[in-house]
Write a protein that binds this ligand. Sequence first.
Ligand SMILES: Nc1nc2c(ncn2[C@@H]2O[C@H](COP(=O)(O)OP(=O)(O)OP(=O)(O)O)[C@@H](O)[C@H]2O)c(=O)[nH]1
Ligand SMILES: [Mg+2]
Length: 653
Amino acid sequence: MSHVPSGPRTVALVGPYASGKSTLFDALLAAAGGPARRGAAPRGGTRIASCTYLDEPWTLIDCPGSVEYVHEADAALAVADIAVVVCDPDPARALTVAPLLRRIDAAGLPAMIFVNRIDTLTGRVRDTLAALQELTARKLVLREVPIRQGDAVTGYIDVISERAYLYRKGGASELIALPDAMAERELEARAALIEVLADHDDKLLEKVIEDIKPTSDEVFERLRAEEAEGTIAEVLLGCAERDGGVRRLWKALRHDAPEAAVTAERHGVNPQGGTLLQVFRTVNAGHGGKLSWARVWRGPVKDGATLPVGRIGGMWRGAAGEMVKIGEAATGEIVGLGRLDGVPTGAVIGDAGGADLALPVAPQPVHVMAITTADRKDDVRMSGALEKLIEEDPGLTLRQDAELGETILAGQGEMHLKAAMDRLATAFGVKVNAHRPRIGFRETIRTPVHQHARLKRQTGGHGQFADVTIDIAPRARGEGYLFVDKIVGGAVPRQYIPAVGEAAEEAARKGAFGYPVVDISVTLVDGGFHAVDSSDMAFRTAARMALQEALPKADPVLLEPMHAVTVSVPNSFTATAQRLLTGRRGQILGYAEREGWTGWDDVEAVVPEAELHDFIIELRSQTLGLGTYRHRFDHLAEASGKVLQEAQKMAAG
Ligand SMILES: Nc1nc2c(ncn2[C@@H]2O[C@H](COP(=O)(O)OP(=O)(O)OP(=O)(O)O)[C@@H](O)[C@H]2O)c(=O)[nH]1
Ligand SMILES: [Mg+2]
């Protein structure tokens, strides 16, 4: 059928961990005339490459599948014209695609599904489709039925054109006569596809009712329109490793992927106006400088152009394995821009009007590490480098813990944080060590104590003298520190009394177990002074002595921070989540269906902060990587036994 050549379009290859996205990315580029690269796809990071397929310009974004990089995949989805969801044919693994399909649905992004590793399929494709259909609001339609020889899938029939093909490694599939034995299955799949499309099209519906076979063009047109709307997603089959279904996918994309203008309209971008760009990925290559990957929402944009955020210092297009310098980029293109200092990932450059271009907010970090420079000399450089790293990666957050004197780097998981620290070393030359962050323990007392202390020193000339008697007493949780002055008759002169209150409060920063003491009152009940030897300083010292002596006698108790935790899991893992929380001294408060997520539960619990450190690692390993959690500080709770021993060891060390 006729095809009007389109302008630049962008495809985000997304899908669960190790589903074959990078293999497919390489195969698509090879089919588009790029170098044939096999097997050496790096694990993890996003790759971006532009190419031409049948004279049309494309950019492919190979997104990481790891749950620790959802924010990277989300950023790619936010600038893509269509998503290709690469997944495994095993229905038992379908659940791993659930969070991604939800995000694509929520964004209203057009999508196709590429069921990869079709060579490993032992069951029926229908079952794979049914399992996937459970997970998305859009209707899935099977574009192909597999042809098998023995157990192996060796080709497919396209149910719209009704042509049969055999996969050919390293090349286009071979057109063959439609196998007789397959005719019935093909008709059945075609009828199912048309039935779905007819739901959205009265003319098609009439034909179905009157039993008239619609033309391929009619079916193609409807599919294209519904896919662009995000109401239907076609499901293609393939085997990226052996080039199976790769050209079929190219053709489907070429035909059905919406043009840049359609995507711009979906985001509410006004086609009229000045240059409009959006940075969706930043790579700080250290001495190589900073590269900001952007979608051109409104072009053209020229290298050297002065943008509101500065001048573009170099412009590149990604190509398979290299970068090609370009002078100008058109609307719809994905380009790398040089030297946009201070421009963070997500930045929208130009007048966006009322357009909705914000990148999805990265999930709350679930893994934290305290970091220190391996060499003290690097301290200043570390903070500069960290600032750049955060700017580059919205999945990271940084916090200075003044109380514990720690720099806390938080991210999406163990690998994510390790990668961030590696980047500090390789791109910024700052070597850091990481350790488990300290817990902000507190302590308080359970019994009142009456305490006297006297400072009396004679050093050469005039000495130091101060005498105080205090009562310390517990207060209710959260009431804080209170100083009460009950001096009568000038036992302690007025001017020294504030010093007593302040010094006692300072001394309470390190209690019997070595942690800040909270929720106590200190009452100054009596004292004595010397006309010459008393001073602010002397009263401070006496107050400190009194408190330090009193605290251990006041039945001290360690308080540990408790967090309100919400764990989200598919409901087949609800019991697992509860068991893991209980195993970490968590108190389960209950569970309920996760809002807007049928088939998922939110388990609520109160868990000690000290137990959350490695929690995400265990949770993911027990839930196919699907479990997530959110948390916030809730209250301080009394702790004893092993926790107390550990805390005391920590305070001492
Ligand atoms: N049998 C079979 N194996 C495949 C196919 N496609 C990819 N693989 C293999 O699956 C493994 C993972 O492939 P990748 O392409 O790296 O997967 P990915 O989705 O990019 O992985 P992440 O980026 O880590 O999420 C590799 O060992 C591939 O060789 C396929 O069609 N059939
Ligand atoms: Mg990959």
